[in-house]
Write a new protein. Structure first.
Lengths: 421, 306
């Protein structure tokens, strides 16, 4: 009897230990427990430190709430959110890539914010409309923008000087851009004039869209039901890219050559300013992206939006209070200054102190700040990821001379229209 | 009841020493884990393959065989199959042939056989992702050591270079896959070769058989089972590759390295077409299963007689 009794006693003890775990804490804390929220985002490096500091400060100032800042890498955040939704264990709030917003809002997993916005008196008109458009479905806001960025021209001053060009006199039109790129390029040494992103995928699509918009074109029709890039503007943009390859300003290669000092110019994002300020082994400067003489200034934008996934009313309110604080002009000003993100609120962008601070600490951010108003948003359709891949695959074939530019645009249009049905 | 009774009797007869129940109990945890983590997801993905689901929303729409049909009609899938086939043939043929040659060289009694074995086996136990990252860097034009070395030796790299070149990208991916797998083939072949008694060869030499005849009529048949096993393993492994492509080319210039594994990943985790991705998984399974069956039937039955 003793031999069977011992294991039984052990099992009973284990079971009791499990059961008592939950009870133990309840007994000790008589005071009001702070509401614990989990906040997922992919901000890492310097940005990760800044958000952690902000969250810590908010926690200290608001003892009734305890927010846990959880970093999840960009490539994993969306699949993890999906798993969380199916598993029923979502974070209370999260900040994610704006391109995912149409998908997330349509999934029904996000809490509509209109009632919170009204109750708090948040000045929604202060946010850039193009950014809000990504979050709005059926008149409800499902998130708020918290950071943005756009694409402008970076110039390697050392390579420019070596080629006899003046980095203080950047190109302002497509023609000048090509000429300077050809002059600066050195194919024998593997030096590109202007680096383009030519690998299939969103990287190609979002670079190409800038040229498309600058030529006066549109990616999709206004009602988002069909492709609009198979137009004169689209052909003009694609022919410009082919011209860059033919003239030797660019040779098909892997991405990342500018950062290694192997390219004279590149169109890249404002987030690279902070990164290259610390790591680039060459002198560099920035300029507004040149556009064709008969075209218009335009750029693409990215960024993160913050949204609520909690289902409990008390937690939703607590999450909203943090979001409202985080998106307030004062905190946004600090946030932008420390991370180099572009302002999402007009009041921050036009703030004199902000402008002065930029001119003092990092004037290379000025082209981005000034051009943010010309940023277009990518079409907020649910199938955007697939559209983008189909589009870029067709354009890539044109770049490899497997299709004529007209054929490539037509093929892309057919694929995109098929997906939009 | 009449079906159960004879089964019960047979069980009791076979289990009269109690060893079968002990075995069943011992196997139970492993079987349970396997069932929960392997069988259940497998069946569930079969269920999903008839649905349309984005992984987020609570609703799933039944679409019947539509997913399978769209895969059947998809030119992109056909391209992926052809790319995967090329990769498979490249890595398997070269891997097995080269593996056998090197194993035979190692078996010929040179010194330091163990060291060579270890060196060849190192890539096998290296993380594929880490290796692919390094290889990608090695092929970077102007900076990567492999590229610089080839330029110094006088070879002009193709334009566009290496991993961006539609002809070369797949070759490089095959090279990396081969490099990763070769050691395994060598080690297994070596073990098989060392199992052949030396007197067989001596007897054959006495009978007047030359080197080539000994190879063709003795070595090949005697290691046939091992060869078959390595070919099948290599085929299955090659059909499922993903990491090398993901790290080095992401489907490569104009789809020349877009393998089925990569298509599946994109459908599932970029586009969230979980129904299509599940269907794709089952199609891949069916192809690999059929190929394995055919190989087994065709080559496995032959007796390894002298």
């Amino acid at each position: 009897m003793k031999r069977t009794a011992l294991p039984l006693v052990l099992v009973a003890l284990l079971a009791a230990a499990f059961a008592l775990q939950g009870v133990g804490f309840l007994g000790v804390a008589r005071a009001q427990e702070p509401i614990k929220l989990t906040f997922w985002n992919y901000w890492d490096g310097k940005n990760g430190e800044v958000i952690q500091a902000l969250v810590d400060r908010y926690n200290a100032e608001h003892p009734e709430v305890e927010i846990e800042n959880v970093f999840i890498g960009w490539g994993e955040l969306l699949p993890k959110l999906q798993l969380a939704v199916t598993g029923g264990d979502t974070p209370d709030l999260a900040a994610a890539d704006m391109v995912w917003m149409p998908f997330l809002a349509n999934s029904g997993a996000l809490t509509p914010l209109n009632s919170f916005i009204e109750a708090s008196g948040t000045d929604i008109a202060d946010f850039y409309p193009a950014l809000l458009a990504v979050n709005t479905y059926g008149d409800q806001y499902y998130g708020l923008p918290v950071s943005t960025n756009n694409l402008e021209l970076f110039i390697n001053s050392d390579l420019f000087a070596a080629a006899g060009l003046d980095p203080a006199v950047p190109p302002t039109t497509w023609a000048e851009l090509q000429d300077m790129a050809v002059q600066c390029a050195n194919p024998d040494q593997g030096i590109l004039g202007l680096e383009l992103y030519t690998q299939p995928g969103e990287g190609l699509t979002w670079q190409f869209q800038v040229y498309l918009w600058q030529a006066g074109g549109d990616f999709l029709t206004d009602d988002l039901t069909a492709a609009a890039f198979n137009s004169e503007a689209g052909l003009k943009a694609l022919n410009y890219w082919l011209g860059l390859i033919d003239s030797g300003a660019y040779t098909l290669s892997d991405w990342g050559l500018f950062g290694q000092g192997q390219a004279c110019m590149v169109m890249d994002g404002s987030w690279m300013v902070g990164i290259w300020a610390e790591t680039a082994p060459f002198a560099w400067t920035t300029a507004k992206m040149p556009y064709p003489e008969d075209g218009e200034p335009a750029t693409n934008m990215g960024g993160e939006h913050i949204f609520i996934m909690a289902s409990d009313e008390a937690r939703q309110q607590a999450a909203w209070d943090f979001i409202n604080w985080f998106t307030s002009p004062e905190v946004q000003l600090e946030w932008d200054q420390q991370t180099g993100f572009m302002p999402v609120r007009d009041s921050v962008a036009t703030n004199e102190a902000y402008r002065a601070w930029i001119e003092e600490t990092e004037p290379r951010l000025l082209p981005f700040v000034e051009m943010q108003q010309y940023a277009h948003n990518r079409p907020p359709v649910q199938q955007y990821a697939e559209l983008s891949d189909a589009f870029s695959a067709a354009i890539e074939r044109a770049l490899y001379s497997q299709l004529s530019p007209e054929e490539a645009l037509a093929e892309a249009e057919a694929a995109v229209n098929d997906l939009l049905q | 009841m009449s079906i159960v009774a004879p089964l019960r009797a047979r069980w009791r007869q076979a289990n009269r020493q109690g060893d079968l129940s002990a075995a069943a109990l011992a196997l139970a945890p492993a079987v349970l884990l396997f069932a929960v983590f392997n069988i259940y997801p497998l069946l569930y993905s079969g269920y999903l393959s008839f649905m349309e689901w984005d992984g987020f929303s609570p609703q799933r729409t039944y679409v019947g065989l539509e997913n399978y049909q769209s895969i059947y009609e998809s030119a992109q899938f056909r391209n992926a199959l052809s790319v995967t086939l090329k990769y498979m043939v490249g890595v398997t043929a070269l891997g097995v042939a080269l593996g056998l040659v090197i194993a035979m060289l190692l078996n010929s009694g040179i010194r330091g056989q163990n060291i060579y074995r270890m060196i060849y086996f190192l890539p096998v136990v290296t993380s594929t992702v880490a290796a692919a990252v390094v290889w990608r860097y090695l092929m970077t034009p102007g900076i990567g050591y492999a590229d610089v070395f080839l330029r110094n030796v006088g070879l002009t790299p193709p334009s566009p270079t290496w991993l961006r070149n539609p002809t070369w990208a797949l070759r490089i991916v095959i090279l990396v896959g081969l490099w990763k797998r070769l050691g395994f083939n060598i080690v297994v072949f070596l073990a098989g070769l060392q199992n052949i008694p030396k007197d067989y060869y001596e007897a054959a030499t006495v009978d007047g058989a030359g080197v080539w005849a000994r190879f063709r009529h003795m070595t090949i048949p005697l290691i046939a089972p091992i060869t078959l096993m390595l070919v099948i393993m290599s085929l299955i492994d090659a059909f499922l590759i993903f990491d090398v492509v993901y790290v080095m080319t992401e489907g490569g210039p104009v789809g020349t390295t877009e393998v089925v594994g990569f298509l599946l990943y994109r459908q599932a985790f970029h586009y969230f077409n979980l129904g299509t991705a599940s269907a794709m998984g089952w199609v891949i399974f069916a192809i690999v299963f059929t190929a394995t069956l055919i190989l087994w039937k065709f080559f496995g039955v032959r007796e390894s007689g002298l």
